[in-house]
Design a protein around this ligand. Structure first.
Ligand SMILES: [Fe+2]
Length: 213
Protein backbone atom coordinates (compact mmCIF):
# COMPACT_ATOMS: atom_id res chain seq x y z
CA UNK A 1 0.00 0.00 0.00
CA UNK A 2 1.18 3.52 -0.81
CA UNK A 3 -0.01 6.89 0.60
CA UNK A 4 -3.27 8.18 -0.88
CA UNK A 5 -2.44 11.64 -2.24
CA UNK A 6 -5.87 12.51 -3.58
CA UNK A 7 -6.99 14.56 -0.56
CA UNK A 8 -3.83 16.64 -0.68
CA UNK A 9 -4.11 17.13 -4.41
CA UNK A 10 -7.67 18.43 -4.11
CA UNK A 11 -6.74 20.66 -1.15
CA UNK A 12 -3.95 22.17 -3.27
CA UNK A 13 -6.31 22.68 -6.19
CA UNK A 14 -8.89 24.35 -3.93
CA UNK A 15 -6.27 26.77 -2.52
CA UNK A 16 -5.14 27.72 -6.02
CA UNK A 17 -8.71 27.97 -7.28
CA UNK A 18 -9.89 30.19 -4.43
CA UNK A 19 -6.91 32.53 -4.67
CA UNK A 20 -7.40 32.92 -8.43
CA UNK A 21 -11.15 33.45 -8.16
CA UNK A 22 -10.66 36.07 -5.44
CA UNK A 23 -8.04 37.80 -7.54
CA UNK A 24 -10.51 38.06 -10.45
CA UNK A 25 -13.31 39.14 -8.10
CA UNK A 26 -11.18 41.90 -6.52
CA UNK A 27 -10.30 43.21 -10.00
CA UNK A 28 -13.93 43.25 -11.09
CA UNK A 29 -15.01 44.98 -7.87
CA UNK A 30 -12.23 47.55 -8.17
CA UNK A 31 -13.15 48.25 -11.81
CA UNK A 32 -16.86 48.55 -10.98
CA UNK A 33 -17.85 45.50 -13.04
CA UNK A 34 -19.28 43.97 -9.85
CA UNK A 35 -20.60 45.61 -6.73
CA UNK A 36 -20.74 44.60 -3.08
CA UNK A 37 -23.19 45.90 -0.50
CA UNK A 38 -22.25 45.70 3.17
CA UNK A 39 -23.51 42.13 3.49
CA UNK A 40 -21.53 40.87 0.49
CA UNK A 41 -18.42 42.86 1.43
CA UNK A 42 -18.54 41.24 4.89
CA UNK A 43 -18.91 37.77 3.35
CA UNK A 44 -15.99 38.39 0.95
CA UNK A 45 -13.84 39.68 3.79
CA UNK A 46 -14.66 36.63 5.95
CA UNK A 47 -14.00 34.32 2.99
CA UNK A 48 -10.57 35.87 2.46
CA UNK A 49 -9.74 35.58 6.18
CA UNK A 50 -10.71 31.90 6.16
CA UNK A 51 -8.70 31.24 2.98
CA UNK A 52 -5.60 32.92 4.43
CA UNK A 53 -5.92 30.88 7.64
CA UNK A 54 -6.34 27.65 5.62
CA UNK A 55 -3.27 28.33 3.47
CA UNK A 56 -1.18 29.29 6.50
CA UNK A 57 -2.26 26.17 8.40
CA UNK A 58 -1.58 23.92 5.39
CA UNK A 59 1.95 25.24 5.06
CA UNK A 60 2.60 25.13 8.79
CA UNK A 61 1.55 21.46 8.82
CA UNK A 62 3.91 20.79 5.94
CA UNK A 63 6.79 22.51 7.74
CA UNK A 64 6.13 20.86 11.09
CA UNK A 65 4.86 17.40 10.17
CA UNK A 66 5.41 16.56 6.49
CA UNK A 67 8.96 17.86 6.14
CA UNK A 68 10.29 15.82 9.12
CA UNK A 69 8.48 12.72 7.78
CA UNK A 70 10.09 13.20 4.37
CA UNK A 71 13.52 13.88 5.83
CA UNK A 72 13.27 10.76 7.97
CA UNK A 73 11.92 8.57 5.15
CA UNK A 74 13.77 9.85 2.10
CA UNK A 75 16.87 11.40 3.68
CA UNK A 76 19.20 12.92 1.11
CA UNK A 77 16.84 12.32 -1.81
CA UNK A 78 15.20 15.72 -1.47
CA UNK A 79 16.08 19.32 -0.67
CA UNK A 80 13.16 21.12 0.94
CA UNK A 81 14.80 24.54 1.29
CA UNK A 82 13.17 26.20 -1.73
CA UNK A 83 9.73 25.02 -0.68
CA UNK A 84 10.31 26.26 2.90
CA UNK A 85 11.47 29.62 1.52
CA UNK A 86 8.21 29.84 -0.45
CA UNK A 87 6.25 29.24 2.77
CA UNK A 88 8.17 32.03 4.49
CA UNK A 89 7.56 34.38 1.56
CA UNK A 90 3.83 33.61 1.55
CA UNK A 91 3.26 34.44 5.23
CA UNK A 92 3.72 38.24 5.07
CA UNK A 93 1.64 38.32 1.88
CA UNK A 94 -1.18 36.45 3.64
CA UNK A 95 -0.96 38.90 6.54
CA UNK A 96 -1.17 41.84 4.14
CA UNK A 97 -4.20 40.35 2.37
CA UNK A 98 -5.88 39.64 5.69
CA UNK A 99 -5.42 43.26 6.78
CA UNK A 100 -6.71 44.60 3.46
CA UNK A 101 -9.72 42.28 3.62
CA UNK A 102 -10.69 43.70 7.03
CA UNK A 103 -10.39 47.23 5.65
CA UNK A 104 -12.44 46.27 2.58
CA UNK A 105 -15.34 45.12 4.80
CA UNK A 106 -15.70 48.69 6.08
CA UNK A 107 -14.62 50.80 3.08
CA UNK A 108 -15.99 48.63 0.23
CA UNK A 109 -12.91 49.59 -1.82
CA UNK A 110 -11.33 46.45 -3.29
CA UNK A 111 -8.46 48.24 -5.11
CA UNK A 112 -5.83 47.55 -2.41
CA UNK A 113 -6.64 43.82 -2.65
CA UNK A 114 -6.04 43.54 -6.39
CA UNK A 115 -2.23 43.35 -6.52
CA UNK A 116 -1.63 41.18 -3.44
CA UNK A 117 -4.33 38.66 -4.42
CA UNK A 118 -2.90 38.39 -7.95
CA UNK A 119 0.53 37.86 -6.42
CA UNK A 120 -0.82 35.19 -4.06
CA UNK A 121 -2.54 33.30 -6.90
CA UNK A 122 0.69 33.36 -8.98
CA UNK A 123 2.88 32.32 -6.06
CA UNK A 124 0.57 29.46 -5.10
CA UNK A 125 0.43 28.19 -8.68
CA UNK A 126 4.20 28.12 -8.88
CA UNK A 127 4.78 26.76 -5.37
CA UNK A 128 2.20 23.98 -5.54
CA UNK A 129 3.24 22.84 -9.02
CA UNK A 130 6.82 22.61 -7.79
CA UNK A 131 5.84 20.87 -4.56
CA UNK A 132 3.75 18.22 -6.31
CA UNK A 133 6.37 17.66 -9.00
CA UNK A 134 9.15 17.28 -6.47
CA UNK A 135 7.46 15.63 -3.51
CA UNK A 136 4.60 13.46 -4.69
CA UNK A 137 6.89 10.81 -6.25
CA UNK A 138 9.08 10.88 -3.11
CA UNK A 139 6.08 10.48 -0.81
CA UNK A 140 4.72 7.60 -2.87
CA UNK A 141 8.09 5.88 -2.92
CA UNK A 142 9.39 6.42 0.63
CA UNK A 143 6.67 7.51 3.07
CA UNK A 144 4.72 4.88 4.99
CA UNK A 145 0.92 4.86 4.99
CA UNK A 146 0.92 5.38 8.78
CA UNK A 147 3.17 8.46 8.53
CA UNK A 148 1.07 9.83 5.70
CA UNK A 149 -2.11 9.45 7.75
CA UNK A 150 -0.44 11.46 10.50
CA UNK A 151 0.36 14.21 7.98
CA UNK A 152 -3.21 14.25 6.69
CA UNK A 153 -4.53 14.37 10.25
CA UNK A 154 -2.32 17.38 11.04
CA UNK A 155 -3.45 19.20 7.90
CA UNK A 156 -7.13 18.53 8.62
CA UNK A 157 -6.86 19.45 12.31
CA UNK A 158 -8.92 22.48 13.24
CA UNK A 159 -10.64 22.69 9.87
CA UNK A 160 -14.40 23.19 9.73
CA UNK A 161 -15.97 20.13 8.07
CA UNK A 162 -19.02 22.20 7.12
CA UNK A 163 -16.75 24.14 4.74
CA UNK A 164 -14.00 21.61 4.11
CA UNK A 165 -16.14 18.78 2.74
CA UNK A 166 -18.29 20.73 0.26
CA UNK A 167 -15.14 22.58 -0.78
CA UNK A 168 -13.50 19.23 -1.62
CA UNK A 169 -16.65 18.27 -3.50
CA UNK A 170 -16.51 21.50 -5.51
CA UNK A 171 -12.89 21.09 -6.55
CA UNK A 172 -12.83 17.31 -7.17
CA UNK A 173 -13.53 15.86 -10.60
CA UNK A 174 -16.31 13.25 -10.89
CA UNK A 175 -13.92 10.28 -10.80
CA UNK A 176 -12.02 11.75 -7.87
CA UNK A 177 -15.27 12.31 -6.03
CA UNK A 178 -16.26 8.69 -6.58
CA UNK A 179 -12.86 7.65 -5.19
CA UNK A 180 -13.29 9.94 -2.18
CA UNK A 181 -16.69 8.39 -1.52
CA UNK A 182 -15.17 4.90 -1.67
CA UNK A 183 -12.37 5.94 0.70
CA UNK A 184 -14.55 7.79 3.20
CA UNK A 185 -17.62 5.54 3.22
CA UNK A 186 -21.33 6.46 3.36
CA UNK A 187 -20.82 9.09 6.08
CA UNK A 188 -19.33 11.43 3.47
CA UNK A 189 -22.56 11.40 1.46
CA UNK A 190 -24.60 12.16 4.58
CA UNK A 191 -22.35 15.02 5.64
CA UNK A 192 -22.22 16.50 2.15
CA UNK A 193 -25.99 16.57 1.96
CA UNK A 194 -26.06 18.38 5.32
CA UNK A 195 -23.47 21.03 4.51
CA UNK A 196 -23.73 21.52 0.74
CA UNK A 197 -26.63 24.01 0.86
CA UNK A 198 -25.01 26.45 3.28
CA UNK A 199 -21.70 26.24 1.45
CA UNK A 200 -23.26 26.98 -1.93
CA UNK A 201 -25.27 29.89 -0.55
CA UNK A 202 -22.09 31.43 0.76
CA UNK A 203 -20.26 30.80 -2.53
CA UNK A 204 -23.06 32.61 -4.40
CA UNK A 205 -22.93 35.54 -1.98
CA UNK A 206 -19.15 35.86 -2.37
CA UNK A 207 -18.63 35.05 -6.05
CA UNK A 208 -22.00 35.93 -7.58
CA UNK A 209 -25.26 34.10 -8.39
CA UNK A 210 -23.69 31.61 -10.83
CA UNK A 211 -21.12 30.30 -8.34
CA UNK A 212 -21.60 27.03 -6.48
CA UNK A 213 -24.70 26.19 -8.54
FE1 LIG B 1 3.68 23.93 0.43
Amino acid sequence: MTPELLGFQIAHRAMRGEARRLSVLATELAEGRQSADTNRAGAISAFIARMCATIHHHHMSEDEVLWPVIERSAGAEVDLRDLSDDHSALDPLLAEINGQATTFASTGDASPLVAPLARLADMLDEHIEEEERLLFPIITKYVSVADWKRVEHAVRKGSDVRVELPRMEEYAGPEELARLRRLAGPMLTVMLSLFRGGYRRRQRLVFGPLAGA
